[in-house]
Design a protein around this ligand. Structure first.
Ligand code: DGJ
Length: 731
């Protein structure tokens, strides 16, 4: 027996058991006498060899691998650790490979394993990192029975955090090249249970909508082919028991640390078992692996909770905040910012920006962000992308001067880029038409009037790095908003041969990561906010480079409460860029009170996006106070445990709670008020039953009362009535 803190390897006769343990979960695999790596368990700790749960039914048309003479042993019915295509497992595969003879079967069997202290990293891709030895890693090497193709399964076990990371590396030691048709990061077989899927679908300005559906006999697919992880589907999934809710029940979550085309497949099979596989979307991918080359798949962050969905979210929030986000701002309070986009759109000059910045400074706002339209010739979305130098004619002063005037009030300065795009009406396009992504002989489709620039090319990346870094240096920029405003179509690159064009999607993502890595490295004090027409690329891959992402172009408090609800299942509140904007809201036309907009925006990386100079003195006073409140509660909001107290899709309110050792903040909005109604009573969560809590009116409650009896919300009046209750724990 070999033990490394959390990874235990037990060898017994012809079998080897791998047991990965975290504080509250256990993950078990077994190598059997045929060297097949079976998946035995992912769930609560049992201190048992979970093989006893495996049934070996003799199922017609579920055949056997060659060396087995026992009709009850079939790869088509057994839970396996990494499912292979073409050798008798007819459920969704994790890998499919074309060999030099054109065949596409692969039969991976156990070869060896190794255990390492610390966390493995993944070449050229973002991955979860370990702090102070909080992780151990296991590698299991599998080999195809009939070729020299190897798959190395990687596991990073974060004991304290109840997190297991997974990734796979495919290595070709054949003399000839092979082609990967599908190379997923993971497979998870769940033989028993009556299970639901929770996924997060959406559209532009309505991202990550929560949907819970039962798993029946079907293959469910959640995916993107848009070049980004997308507004339409998040690369994250939760599988939970039917009776699982926020506080009770078993649930698994998985999120792919990847910002491009992905696919999650979930199969309810003929025996009511469930298989989940996830990775780079094979519909838009294939990859040539030459002799001795390796392919690295993106990482999946996995977690299990037997205490319901809130605990699962806490696990993801903790790992993403502490082991995915990096740099100065990963844990530090972020500047409260004001962005001019909804205030001015393209219609501004430096004086208008200074007017906004001056008022902002007087209210306690920390940073002015100059959005789209400051560069090239850009007075609409029809031109200018790619010409990353300031338009001083439009600004009416050098950008540098504008920045220093803003900074003279003690305000930081941020600026917008959309580096991965090019306008046909730009000097860059006129000089380098071949830099745009388009297929020779086919006229490319436009979206938002623009084309994508080919960042698989190193000359393009060099141009972008030079242009962006020059502005950052010359103008002492503190923050950049990295936007991306269309899906990628007409995929083709001159950097690859015709037979390798299906590598483009992944190489595009690698190009993006290389650029972001260089900027992070060279400008350690720069805060980068990710954006893709709002939250179209809201994933753990981007969060490795940008600790906050503009969550949605929809700034309406009501819609946002649903968008942020869905986002919160996986992503920590500190990563959610969220602003107060004007009414009627520019996206929904809805009018909500300022207090509702503030309370929703505060539940994120807080900011404003409106012309402050059009507001009344009362509103400006309120904003001043809200900023003070946010700063007072910032640590609690970003570091505290976040509890969803309602489901805004079903309830007449969106309510949530932040809890730390010392204090509690309940926030939310009551959507509609009715006459002669009892006040809502909400049960709080995560408190110390035996301690007392005091609110700002000096009412004292026990934790037990607040969690079992609840707290009465204020009597609401009108629509979108805001709630903010702060309680301090008494010692
Ligand atoms: C889309 C972003 O999400 C907006 O916030 C804004 O930056 C626009 N692009 C600018 O074009």
């Amino acid at each position: 027996m070999e033990v490394c803190l959390v990874i235990e390897v037990v060898k017994k006769d012809e079998e080897i058991i791998f047991n990965l343990e975290t504080k509250n979960s256990m993950y078990q695999m077994k190598v059997d006498k045929y060297n097949v790596l079976k998946h035995l368990w992912y769930g609560s700790k049992t201190s048992t060899d979970m093989e006893y749960l495996l049934d070996y039914p003799d199922v017609g048309f579920s055949g056997q691998i060659n060396e087995v003479d026992d009709s009850t042993y079939s790869l088509d019915t057994l839970p396996v650790e990494y499912s292979c295509f073409g050798v008798g497992d007819f459920r969704v595969p994790a890998i499919s490979v074309i060999h030099s003879n054109g065949s596409d079967a692969i039969d991976l069997r156990y070869q060896s394993y190794s255990i390492k202290k610390g966390k493995y990293s993944i070449k050229d891709l973002p991955s979860v990192y370990s702090n102070n030895d909080d992780c151990d890693s296991l590698e299991i090497v599998l080999k195809d029975t009939s070729s020299d193709i190897y798959v190395i399964l990687k596991y990073g076990v974060f004991n304290d955090k109840d997190i297991i990371c997974r990734s796979a590396v495919i290595r070709n030691e054949e003399d000839s090249k092979i082609c990967l048709n599908k190379a997923f990061s993971m497979c998870l077989d769940i033989p028993y249970g009556s299970l639901d899927i929770i996924h997060f679908h959406g559209r532009h300005a309505m991202e990550r909508q929560f949907e819970r559906i039962p798993i029946t006999h079907n293959i469910y697919e959640f995916s993107s082919t848009r070049g980004t992880s997308s507004h339409q589907e998040s690369p994250s999934i939760i599988i939970c028991d039917k009776n699982c809710n926020e506080e009770f029940g078993d649930c698994f979550g998985a999120t792919l640390m990847y910002s491009g085309n992905f696919k999650i497949q979930l199969e309810g099979d003929q025996l009511n078992q469930v298989r989940m596989v996830m990775g780079i979307n094979p519909d838009t991918f294939s990859w040539t692996l030459n002799h001795n080359e390796e392919f690295y798949t993106p990482e999946v962050i996995l977690s299990f909770s037997n205490e319901g969905l809130s605990k699962l979210s806490h696990n993801f929030h903790d790992i993403i905040r502490n082991n995915v986000c990096r740099g100065k701002y990963s844990l530090e309070s972020r500047p409260v910012l004001i962005n001019n986009w909804e205030a001015t759109y393209f219609d501004f000059d430096a004086f208008k920006i200074l007017d906004i910045a001056n008022t902002a400074a007087s209210l306690g706002i920390d940073m002015m962000v100059l959005d789209d339209g400051w560069f090239g010739k850009r007075d609409s979305d029809k031109s200018g992308l790619g010409d990353w130098y300031a338009n001083e004619d439009k600004l009416k002063m050098p950008l540098k001067d504008l920045v220093s005037k803003v900074k003279s009030r003690g305000t930081k300065f941020g600026i917008w880029f959309e580096p991965e795009m090019i306008s046909e009406d730009s000097n860059l396009y006129r000089n380098h038409p071949d830099w745009a992504v388009k297929i020779p002989g086919r006229k490319p489709g436009r979206s938002r009037n623009q084309l994508v620039i080919d960042i698989t090319r190193s000359d393009v990346r060099d141009y972008l790095y030079e242009s962006i870094s020059r502005i950052i240096k010359d103008c002492s920029i503190d923050y950049i908003k990295w936007d991306f405003n269309r899906s990628i179509s007409d995929v083709y690159t001159y950097s690859l041969s015709s037979s390798n064009q299906k590598e483009m999607g992944h190489r595009f993502v690698l190009g993006l990561y290389e650029l972001l890595e260089k900027l992070n490295h060279d400008f350690p004090n720069l805060l980068i906010e990710g954006c893709c027409g709002g939250g179209g690329r809201f994933d753990a891959g981007m969060l490795y480079y940008c600790p906050q992402i503009w969550c949605s172009d929809n700034t309406d408090a009501y819609d946002r409460s649903k968008i942020q609800y869905g986002t919160s299942f996986i992503f920590p509140i500190s990563t959610i860029g969220s602003h107060v904007s004007a009414v009627p809201n520019h996206q929904s036309g809805r009018i909500t009170p300022l207090s509702a907009r503030s309370v929703v925006a505060m539940s994120g990386s807080f900011g404003y996006e409106l012309d402050l100079n059009t507001l009344s003195d009362t509103d400006l006073e309120k904003i001043k106070q809200d900023i003070k409140d946010f700063k007072k509660y910032n640590k609690l909001i970003h570091n505290g445990d976040y509890y969803r107290l309602s489901n805004p899709n079903d309830d007449n309110f969106a309510l949530w709670e932040f809890v730390s050792d010392e204090e509690v903040l309940v926030q939310g909005i009551i959507f509609r008020s009715e006459a002669n109604q009892l006040r809502y009573n909400i049960k709080l969560r995560g408190l110390d039953s035996d301690k007392k809590y005091i609110d700002s009116n000096n009412n004292v409650y026990t934790g037990s009362a607040l969690m079992n009896g609840g707290i009465l919300l204020p009597k609401s009046s009108g629509d979108y009535y805001s709630v903010m209750i702060h309680l301090k724990k008494q010692y």
